[in-house]
Design a protein around this ligand. Structure first.
Ligand code: HEC
Length: 83
């Protein structure tokens, strides 16, 4: 997939906060190789910065926060702090 189009159509990984933060498509994000709509936000220790303790602490005043990939994406569709 053209990676510039990936940023526009799906989620920015070549610009913004996630630029250069990943090393493989499959291990870190597309953990289900047969369905690319099924994604991971690097939870459960895959991405150090997204560990549950830190994320729970950062979001302790957010109602509607869950430590789940779909929740992350719904509040951060562009992967920025203030989406
Ligand atoms: C209910 C909406 C919501 C959900 C769900 C949510 N976030 Fe956030 N997130 C926010 C808001 C609002 C901020 C900025 C407010 C703040 O810093 O207190 C933020 C801040 C952040 C930050 C910046 C923290 C910092 O260092 O200051 C990161 C990284 C982040 N979120 C990642 C995630 C991840 C990963 C998930 C899923 C596990 C997630 N968010 C789920 C709303 C949400």
């Amino acid at each position: 997939m053209d990676m510039g189009r990936h940023d526009i159509l799906f989620f920015p990984i070549n610009s913004g906060e996630h630029k250069g933060e990943w090393s493989t498509c499959m291990a870190e994000c597309h953990t289900n190789p047969s369905d690319y709509t099924d994604f991971s936000c690097g939870l459960n220790g895959v991405c150090h910065e997204h560990n549950q303790n830190d994320m729970d602490n950062k979001h302790d005043d957010e109602s509607g926060y869950f430590y789940e990939n779909t929740a992350c994406f719904s509040c951060h569709p562009n992967g920025e702090e203030n989406d």
